[in-house]
Design a protein around this ligand. Structure first.
Ligand code: DC
Length: 221
């Protein structure tokens, strides 16, 4: 049987990861965090500048093997057999990933890796171009959105809950900078697929967004 794919795209800080994990758990399928793949490459390749030649970048990433282990919210992303760690979860790595993601040779390598994973296992895939480029034939496509202000306030609240004070203005600036780069790049820019279900999460909590997504994927559950 052909594996089932659900795509969840949207800008930074909109809640994709939390929701993709929950939906994967509810559907009993794997979860693929494609932003983590770009972050891994950003860490491994650092520093890459606009002057770094294409061949130098391709040569260093072509041989990496990405795979998934497990299912639902506990799915782990492995690189050459080793799980990806929390070292990729900083704003500096996120911005480096966003910059690296403008390079066609990087997108080409990850496109192949993502599609190969999707041919092998049913999954919920989250990112920026899942519904438009990587899985255009996905069974269900979701696009989550919320204003930069709403996303920044949520992030500050998340950090506060973890005991980490955060500066709203700085976080809003990070989000705005990354949004601009992800939406305006020439290759696979962030945008909803024509057949995506668009959910504005501004006035919804996580449970509310989860319910909307589950209603959209209901025919496959
Ligand atoms: O989802 P995230 O914040 O972990 O993603 C980090 C960066 O990686 C994001 O700003 C742009 C890039 N990215 C991308 O270009 N395409 C994807 N499918 C996923 C992420």
């Amino acid at each position: 049987m052909t594996p089932l794919v659900v795509t969840i795209d949207g800008p930074a800080g909109v809640g994709k990861t939390t929701l993709a994990k929950r939906v994967a758990q509810a559907m009993g399928v794997a979860y693929l965090d494609t932003g983590a793949m770009f972050r891994v490459l950003a860490l491994r390749l650092s520093p890459v500048s606009a002057d770094t030649p294409t061949e130098a970048v391709s040569g260093r990433i072509g041989g990496l093997d990405f795979s998934l282990r497990g299912i639902g919210a506990d799915t782990a992303l492995l690189v050459d057999g080793a799980p990806v760690g929390d070292e990729i979860r900083t704003e500096a790595v996120a911005y480096a990933a966003s910059t690296l993601a403008t390079r066609p040779e990087v997108r080409a390598v990850l496109l192949q890796a993502q599609q190969r994973i999707g041919r092998g296992v049913s999954l919920v895939a989250e990112g920026r171009d899942m519904g438009t480029v990587v899985f255009p034939a996905a069974a269900h496509k979701i696009f989550l959105d919320a204003s930069p202000q709403v996303r920044a306030v949520r992030r500050v609240e998340q950090l506060a809950a973890m005991g980490q004070p955060a500066d709203l203005a700085a976080i809003l600036a990070d989000i705005t900078r990354r949004d601009a780069q992800d939406r305006t790049r020439a290759e696979a820019p962030l945008r909803p697929a024509p057949d995506a279900v668009i959910i504005d999460t501004s006035d919804l909590d996580i449970d509310g967004v989860f319910a909307r997504i589950m209603a959209a994927v209901a025919p496959s559950v």
